[in-house]
Design a protein around this ligand. Sequence first.
Ligand code: ZN
Ligand code: ZN
Length: 360
Amino acid sequence: MKAAICFEPGKPLEVRDVIIDKPGPREVLIRTAATGVCRSDLHFVDGAYPHPLPFIPGHEAAGIVEAVGDGVSTVKVGDAVVTCLSAYCGHCEYCVTGHMSLCLGGDTRRKPGEPARLRLEDGPLNQMLNLSAYAEMMLIHEHACVAINPEMPLDRACVIGCAVTTGAGAIFNAADLVPGETVAIVGCGGVGLAAVNAAKIAGAGRIIAIDPVADKRALAHKLGATDMIDSSAEGAAEEVIEMTEGGVHHAIEAVGRPASGAMAVKVLRRGGTATILGMMPLAEKVSLSAMELLQGKKLQGALMGNNRFPVEIPRLVEFYMRGMLDLDTIIAERMPLERINDAFDALRIGDSARSVITYN
Ligand code: ZN
Ligand code: ZN
């Protein structure tokens, strides 16, 4: 099977033939239908976040189950599935207390000494985030995917696996938004747009989309934003504070830059909470000042939207089927695996919404 491989950070990915093993116990072999191109991949591909080389990136996929190993009970051959990097063991402290997105998932990977799931003809190959989704096939633990409504178009289902689960989880789980409360979303890429759409579903009062790119602000408006703010304009944060009479109840950062994290904190009202979703450069910090602490402001991370994906991904699929979740607007372009480097270039410029790789 073919896959896109990172041999050296900062260099274009190479599409090569890869050998994929048969499913072992609890493992699922998936024929990939579509993979969303997420900014998190770029951090690994560009070397900002370290990863053992060579590796196949990609972590936002949908496909059809081709084969299952012994003991697989959650999916069966022929099921349509969405994958999620939040592979969970099911029995650690995080899992049993309902925080499965924090599970370190040791049992969902093969042990050292066992044959690797993926390899090159002439050497080893690393799986990224339990998935490695820029590939015609994936071999993953059954706890890294979930079966969905077979009517769901897979080229749209894939983006639920990361961007939509993260953006919607920030609203539904991390912010725990009460209908009528105000929310500001800083950054309107795939994750931010999903947060805007989820805020509308959750019944937010004002939904304020903050982004420097006019086209992305227009997409946010289409998905339910009530107000759009150009983050590059002078006094952008002050404008949000003024229009909400003191700031928002919830601010969601979906970019991964210190300046957007600072913006999320700045637009909060007294007692408001900022949720940081983006992957910032590893040395960076976001903070609350002494006065902001006295004002009861809160700052939190929400890894992958604090998801419980086996429950939440099928629900998000149903939101799409009912016309409440607008994935068609979130997805900008579809392209074959051979154009993966063009998709990353588009992300580096940052002007468009989501690209999706599709396979024949
Ligand atoms: Zn992602
Ligand atoms: Zn666990």
